[in-house]
Design a protein around this ligand. Sequence first.
Ligand SMILES: [Zn+2]
Length: 294
Amino acid sequence: MNLRVRWQWLFLLGITGMAVAVLAQRTHTVKSGETLDEISKTYDLAIADIVGANEIANPNQLYVGQVLTIPAAPGSPVPYQVQSGDTLGEIALRHGTSVRGILDLNGLTDPNRLKPGQTLLIPAGGSTAAPPQFDLPAKLKAELDRISVSTKRWKYVVVHHSATTSGTIKGMDYYHRYKRRMKNGLAYHFVIGNGKGIPDGRIEIGNRWKGQLAGGHLASENLNYISIGICLVGNFEKDRPTEAQLESLTALIRYLNRRCAVSKTNVKTHREINPKNKPTLCPGKNFPASRMRG
Ligand SMILES: [Zn+2]
């Protein structure tokens, strides 16, 4: 890490710290000569918000030393202190927001590095709002854009689970190449990690996508030729995909819908696309199929 990068980080930390301090402050002590108008502007609130929160009878009669309650601005991030045992997925779900939104707002990259006591800024969400749609990380999107894709060839996106608790690209590639004897190795075009082997929600681009090769994830060679295979690490007969995995999956599918003109109705689970005489449980009974077409 060079000095310039370090200064940028310090700057970011400073800004985040200041934002947390301002947001966490719930009271304001009136100073000599201050008006309600000035105070409301300081907190980016309407005068009525402060009047309402403090039951002020006459807004023109503040007194020096008066302690005002400052309500959270509507639509502004709120601070949250991480409790022991919290996961980012649960925190996001509880606040009606997304893992990606929290990571971005706090300048974080690793969803698995939460410390109890740490204060996070939570983007304004609310369970009544439609779930926010988050895009792919800019770096990954740029990497995907650089791959020259045969846009007319791909007809389906097929979602699988690894049926294992953990998984790495190297391990899955080894299994497909040597145990399953597929010369192109890793059978999927994309793998999405669950924090065990691959970071939670991380999208790995497989060599078959980089080289625009047929997948090896379906029993039919014809289907393999026209189906983009995405595998989520995990066994969703027993467990559930993480929130970060589902967010990454929907963002990736939206990208593939646009890039390859695959329609939403052609986004399938392995179970849905397999012929009746070859039934499979993949991607498991706990996989929420409605989320991937959302
Ligand atoms: Zn499968």
